[in-house]
Design a protein around this ligand. Structure first.
Ligand code: UD1
Ligand code: CA
Length: 466
């Protein structure tokens, strides 16, 4: 069918006041440009070209293999940006969709409506329009008879009458590829901003070639775009609402959507409950019947069914079926919390595998360790994994018991079924089923305090102290 897309992302984004390119700003944890590429992917187009500015390596990295990159050397306007993409268009491209990289809420089905309208006879181009309460800053669409667009006027070039129009240009178009090329050759920067406006191709086509149709978007929230960070916050709000409503309809209970943050790539199972203050980020995947929060942050976490994570942070780790984490636990990257295991308050786990049913209930640091099944790690246990230069591994065998306040000086192994007494500093391996005690013996001095107190009392009397 020869369908292409061009995404414009080379603009300077001056109004963002940012060191980052505008399209790299995340919306629900994902760069704006990625949202658009994800939607376009659903359409199965033959090709996608992204127009970037010079030195926009970050954008190029995010686009990766998903699209071709065209560089617009100087930012001379949206029409000029599309010109930069033309050399990349396939020779058999019949239709080309043009979108702006700063409107990340657009859905594939909406672009598809535009593509369908484009197939009607005599149609040279279609533009997605929207009727909005506040058209400020946007191009106004001047309609003719029926659905025909006469032209688009930018706000800076508009007369007061034109400014009063509430039908705006969303910046999403479908063109007959050869006609777009022809129209671009006839663009002139004779406007208030001295730019090559892509919008001027529409009046050219309407006047000289064929019909230009306006297709009004059903839900104007879908075309909100980002020029500054106030709009970024608004778009974030809209995307967040879309995401929580989606998951709520999939059977997830979200107790307080205003205080719950679900990243765009997160997945959540049925009957899971998200309590207020839950932040689910990155590629986090949550199973069924879990309870997350209140106040938990999960980044690239995998959580199996029935797990409970309360007031805790879990980064790049796996929490297995029925495990309980928190309150106040910190599970750092590379960890695996086994089925039914318990990670309690003020416990930090890093790069550690914790076996089934193991309990690390309070105030412990377990890093670079392999902890077996059914182990009890007492309060205040520390794996001493760092010698100032390198990290070392600790192994704690199945069914062992590590008493309170034990230091395990890695590399070290505690065998299965072993028992390490409270307060021990373990420097040597403890064999299976052994008992290890590594602390100095207690010295008890009978009546020592009493004698000392009476000595002090005599001294005070002699010296006349109070
Ligand atoms: C544009 C439209 C306006 C529309 C609005 C919708 C034009 C002339 N105006 O205005 O009618 O209502 O979008 O959001 O098209 N870009 C480049 N190279 C450039 C200039 C821009 O790649 O030289 C890219 C930007 O990165 C951005 C997009 O094009 O993603 C739109 O540019 P922007 O400056 O935001 O246009 P608006 O003023 O919003
Ligand atoms: Ca814009």
């Amino acid at each position: 069918m020869g369908r292409s897309a061009i995404v414009l992302a080379a603009g300077l984004g001056t109004r963002m006041k940012s060191k980052q390119p505008k399209v790299m700003h995340p919306v629900c944890g994902k760069p704006m440009i990625s949202h658009i590429l994800d939607e376009l992917q659903l359409l199965g187009l033959e090709q996608v070209v992204v127009v970037v500015g010079p030195q926009q390596d970050e954008v190029a990295a995010v686009v990766g293999q998903r699209a071709q990159l065209a560089v617009q050397d100087r930012q001379l306007g949206t029409g000029h940006a599309v010109m930069a993409a033309l050399p990349y268009l396939r020779a058999d491209s019949e239709t080309v969709v043009v979108l702006y990289g700063d409107a990340p809420l657009v859905r594939a089905q909406t672009v598809n409506r535009l593509l369908e309208a484009k197939t009607l006879p005599q149609v040279a181009a279609c533009v997605l329009t929207a009727r909005v309460a506040d058209p400020r800053g946007l191009g106004r669409v001047i309609m003719g008879v029926a659905d025909r667009v006469v032209r688009i006027v930018e706000e800076k070039d508009a007369t007061p009458e034109e400014e009063a129009i509430d039908l705006i240009n969303t910046g999403i178009y479908a063109f007959a590829t050869p006609l777009l090329k022809m129209a671009l050759q006839n663009l002139h920067p004779d406007n208030a901003q001295g730019e090559y406006y892509l919008t001027d191709t529409l009046s050219y086509l309407a006047n000289n070639v064929g019909q230009v149709l306006g297709v009004e978007v059903a839900d104007p929230r879908e075309i909100a775009s980002v020029n500054d960070r106030v709009q970024l916050a608004y778009v974030e709000h809209l995307m967040r609402e879309r995401l929580w409503q989606y998951w709520a309809l999939q059977g997830v209970t979200i107790v307080d959507p205003e205080h719950t943050y679900i990243g765009a790539d997160v997945k959540i199972g049925q009957d899971t409950v998200l309590m207020p203050g839950s932040l689910l980020e990155g590629n986090t995947v949550i199973g069924e019947d879990c309870v997350i929060g209140p106040e938990s942050r999960l980044v690239n976490a995998r959580v199996a069914s029935g797990a409970r994570i309360e007031k805790s942070v879990v980064l790049d780790s796996f929490v297995d079926v029925g495990a309980r984490v928190g309150p106040f636990a910190y599970v750092r990257p590379g960890s695996e919390i086994g089925p039914e295991a318990r990670i309690g308050d003020f416990v930090e786990i890093k790069n550690t595998r914790v076996g089934t049913g193991t309990k690390i209930s309070h105030l412990a640091y377990v890093g670079d360790a392999d902890v077996g099944e059914g182990v009890n790690v007492g309060c205040g246990v520390i794996t001493v994994n760092y010698d100032g230069e390198r990290k070392h591994h600790t192994v704690i065998g199945n069914g062992s018991f590590v008493g309170s306040n034990v230091n395990l000086i890695a590399p070290v192994r505690v065998g299965a079924g072993a028992y390490v007494t409270a307060g021990s500093t373990i420097t040597d391996d403890v064999p299976e089923d052994a008992f290890a005690i590594a602390r100095s013996r207690q010295v008890t001095k009978e009546n020592y305090v009493k004698a000392w107190k009476s000595h002090r009392a005599t001294e005070k009397l002699e010296k006349g102290e109070q």
